[in-house]
Design a protein around this ligand. Sequence first.
Ligand code: DX5
Ligand code: ZN
Length: 221
Amino acid sequence: RQPAVIAPSILSADFARLGAEVDAVIDAGAEWVHFDVMDNHYVPNLTIGPLVCQALRKHGVTAPIDVHLMVKPVDRIVPDFAKAGATTISFHPEASEHVDRTIQLIHDNGCKAGLVFNPATSLSWLDYVLDKLDLVLIMSVNPGFGGQSFIPAALDKLRLARERIDVSGRAIRLEIDGGVKPDNIGEIARAGADTFVAGSAIFNEKDYRAVIAQMKSAAVG
Ligand code: DX5
Ligand code: ZN
């Protein structure tokens, strides 16, 4: 299992001060920046594109940027995010016509590749591509918004994904996304997650350092 990573989702940050907000959570102990891209087509919301990722890099953000593409189609925008400084690019299998080819495209553009599983999406998508992935992202909410409640069925899905990753023997991160809070992150970690997205749990707090420290200690037990 990989060392624990806290990845604040900027969807819940103050977008009028995004650079400062990202600096603040990284200074407060977060390891990654979770960058939620929504196109008002695959999900009923619209957020940010490559130019904002580029702006964060230009601002001086050196932390890994964990791009979560909630867009359809996927392929066209992959090279732009790679050029804009994305570290990992994750996509939903339902949003790609050829999942294996999209994973290859992400790797060809120099990024790590992740596959994202909505609450109703079967883990069977892993059957023929698990060994090509750097990250598996389990959604514990239906994508589109921050501040939703954690869907408990994600725990069993984490256990199954953890088992498959361990059997593969590969350094694949298992990420959880949606409704993660200080009071459920312990159970989520015990179910097998090693990478934790949290948007509202962090950005709704005054003291980022305190809540990130609280989540980390609860996650590592
Ligand atoms: C939802 C996004 C999540 C969301 C998490 O579609 O993919 O990353 O921002 O926000 P919270 O932690 O508030 O549920
Ligand atoms: Zn996300």
